[in-house]
Design a protein around this ligand. Sequence first.
Ligand SMILES: *Cc1c(COP(=O)(O)O)cnc(C)c1O
Length: 371
Amino acid sequence: MSSCSRPFNFSAGPSVMPLAVLEQIENDLLSWQGQGLSVMEMSHRSDEFMHICQQAENDLRCLLAIPEHFKILFMQGGGTGANAAIPLNLSQTGTVDMLITGHWSAHSKQEAEKYARVHTVFSGQANHYRDIAPIEQWQFSKGAAYLHVCSNETVHGVALTQLPDLTALGINIPLVVDCSSDIASRAIDWNLVGVAFAGAQKNLGPAGLTVIVVREDLLGRALPICPSIFNFELLAKHHSMYNTPPTWSIYVAGLVFKWSLAQRDGELSGLAAIEARNQRKASLLYSTIEQSNFYYSQVDKNVRSKMNVPFFLKKTALTPTFLQQASQQGLIQLAGHKALGGVRASLYNAMPESGVQQLADFMQQFERSYA
Ligand SMILES: *Cc1c(COP(=O)(O)O)cnc(C)c1O
């Protein structure tokens, strides 16, 4: 299939990859850099792979401006595995605080409850996860080991516009951030963060890799029952090679990091260029929704996600027709999550602006036909 016949893929994850990265993989698949073997076939202890892995780590550090006192770990288990790994590594006081803003933080809470007492500082559930109370209204517990937040709720399309500054509130516990669906979409203020984690399959590459960025002073606190492959200290000591890491996913993610670093937007480069483009993509889609009398978003304007945009047709019965016609026009994977229905467009880094423009054009044309 030629690249020009590829549709625009709005999947929430696994999701669209940069075409240039797929082409590079195709080129190197049978013989990486003329070595006569695929990266898939290399020992994780070989000089070649160790170099690939180190380069990926360096490039991610550079892309996200991760300070030296944070370790970058390449793990498996996905965001769901991290939901267990976090309390197993950090809940030594027995209590953890959590901000519940949608499907994924609710899921994280369920998992954490296996290992710790979970105290909810705020839950958006009663209001169907359409808004987030300001930090002044969050109810912190005494003696929690950390606060867990999800910076971008992939299902409900709710995002924290900025990470909470706990120190400014006089709360001296680490912040844990599930940034699975918005990592590398915008800058992170590492001064506010203890641990950030993300499954790779949204913005970073193929499924199978989980990235953990952990502040060094938080290592060495794991509960005795913590499985070795989830033990952050052990993984850091072995440079993510305590056991066989997800080598192929690390290699491909490394190519995505290089692609990300090379992005340009006017004067901007790397993450700043990506962030500017993401801002325009989200603005275009939200303004298309706002300007119509046909589509609507349920999410409070102050907390709308720039990565995942769930929206609905006022004439609900037309949703299947909308999705079918969109698909026929090369705009695919737009069905909303089963928990919400409707439509969801995921606008990850690798979704070009032209894809969002085509979606906006299609939405207007559909509205004219069916309003
Ligand atoms: C996708 C996602 C997860 C779960 O990831 P898995 O890799 O499927 O376990 C967790 N949190 C958020 C915010 C996600 O978007």
